[in-house]
Design a binder for this molecule. Structure first.
Ligand SMILES: C[S@@+](CC[C@H](N)C(=O)[O-])C[C@H]1O[C@@H](n2cnc3c(N)ncnc32)[C@H](O)[C@@H]1O
Length: 204
């Protein structure tokens, strides 16, 4: 299915102009919150598989800040890393971070890995209508699943935990995604301090 969605480039143009630190460029309020998201994702990967080798795909990787965190949590189990990033300045920064390694940054989701993950990639819908955005997200998650030998993991803004809403953001519930992927094993983590949930979807 081909759906046109807002890429969020105007938002990231602004962020890059004012950001003093890497996490601010991708819209996170603190390095701690960026790493808390990475931590939930990496722990859900560990929870889902005892594979000694995990190739990791990162859809909407920003400047590939997940890589050092995954390295810390997965250690010697971490295999190759592939990032996908649509916004060219961030893709360039990610390539710079990976310089000298065999890991790579691409503009499309094409690689087969063990786990595809997405942190924050499905938050900013911009001017895309909510129903269109949800169809696009489902389409992308299905594509990630097809390319993942074990499963996928991503986070979403948690509608029932939020009391303020921004029209440019997409809020959802666990039930919506549990139902959409009911033929898989779904696991959720709710961080006590973030208005989000993290979900893994793994083949039964
Ligand atoms: C909130 S940022 C998070 C970046 C990174 N995952 C992190 O946590 O540091 C979301 C990222 O997803 C990227 N993105 C959004 N839509 C995308 C798409 N269709 N394909 C690839 N990247 C996308 C954005 O450009 C942005 O870098």
């Amino acid at each position: 299915m081909s759906i046109k969605v807002d890429s969020g480039s105007e938002f990231y143009d602004q962020q890059i102009k004012v950001a003093k630190e890497s996490h601010e460029m991708v819209g996170w309020s603190s390095k701690w919150s960026q790493e808390a998201r990475f931590d939930s994702i990496c722990r859900l990967i560990c929870f889902a598989t005892d594979n000694p080798h995990i190739d990791l795909g990162d859809f909407g990787c920003g400047d590939a800040a997940l890589l050092p965190w995954a390295d810390k949590v997965l250690g010697a189990r971490l295999g190759k890393y592939v990032g996908v990033e649509i916004y060219p300045p961030l893709a360039e920064m990610a390539k710079e971070r990976l310089r000298g390694s065999s890991d790579c940054i691409k503009s499309e989701l094409v690689d087969e890995v063990d786990f595809w993950v997405a942190s924050g990639t499905f938050y900013r819908k911009g001017k895309t209508p909510e129903d269109q955005w949800e169809i696009w997200v489902q389409d992308v998650v299905e594509k990630m699943l097809k390319l993942a030998r074990v499963g996928v993991c991503m986070n979403f803004l948690f509608k029932s935990k939020c009391d303020k809403f921004d029209d440019d953001l997409y809020y959802t519930s666990m039930g919506v995604w549990r139902t959409k992927f009911s033929e898989y094993c779904t696991t959720f983590v709710v961080h006590p301090k973030l208005y989000e949930f993290t979900m893994s979807i793994v083949r039964r």
